[in-house]
Design a protein around this ligand. Sequence first.
Ligand code: ADP
Ligand code: MG
Length: 324
Amino acid sequence: MAEFSIIRQYFQSLTSRSLASQSLASQSPTSPASADVGIGDDCAVSTVPQDMQLVSCVDTLVAGRHFPLDTSAHAIGWKSMAVNLSDLAAMGATAHSILLALSLPKIEDAWLAEFSRGVADCCKSYNVQLIGGDTTQSPTLTISITALGWIKTGQAILRGGAQVGDHIVVSGEIGSAAYALRHPNSALQSTLDYPQPQLALGQSLVGFASSMIDISDGLAQDLGHILSASQVGAEIQLEQIPIANELAQLSIDQRFADVLAGGDDYQLCFTISPDHFQRWQAQCAQSSVTPVTVIGQIQQDMTCHYFYQKQKFTPEKSGYQHFA
Ligand code: ADP
Ligand code: MG
């Protein structure tokens, strides 16, 4: 099957289906755009809503490096999308569309059908359209996705805004995907295969959080990016970090290796003043955003101190290194 029939058979419908389901009347002020031109021309054309900035990112997943080789095609489709939407979530942005560059060693219909179904399911769950991409042959299965979204001008939540005295907060449970990677087919497998980008939570924090990042390379490393960008330090109470029951059974060292250095969580880590946190909670108490937990405080001294039940704790590893 040639490149064009792959595009037609597996991907073209993802633009038209989502375009058809997105009538102008149903669009909220924060997600007002539909792709004016989707798959099929040289480029996609999208209308940027007034008073909004374009927020964009790209992430590449390489088979055997970013997901185990036996990962299901459906999960690979979902996860490639989700990791990019998670970056948009970390800015507080509203997701709009994605471009998918797919490099395949060979054409397998069953694989492509499942992969595109995974992409489609994630598009549907987060109201995002596939507006274009590229399809090529290469020795290693590689998926590179570009995600596009919007944010009100000047409102993006950056890494550099943390202030001394802010709470440090995480969403959901941390370390589950790292556990799942070491224990294939455990009850936590879906946290590894089907990460849930926290777009609604991220958007709800616009105007409240002082800094934010998504946890992709391990909490210690990703929090470290906030601390260095903000020129501050932190104190973390490890027992406050929410974990799944499976992790609670592990030795302390293994548990906090998964929590601090595991990666693939795709939860949000943000800082927020105690006053803003109270106001955000009052406003969001009724909504169904993912639960969040305060795990520490921002401090002046530019290092990160970890405590477990009031005792100082030194982590063994610091996080996923892409070129290690
Ligand atoms: P060009 O040669 O002009 O780059 P292509 O033949 O690569 O065009 O692509 C034709 C159309 O199909 C374009 O609109 C492109 O965005 C889209 N497309 C190609 N591959 C994919 C893919 N894997 N997923 C979604 N859209 C794709
Ligand atoms: Mg092309």
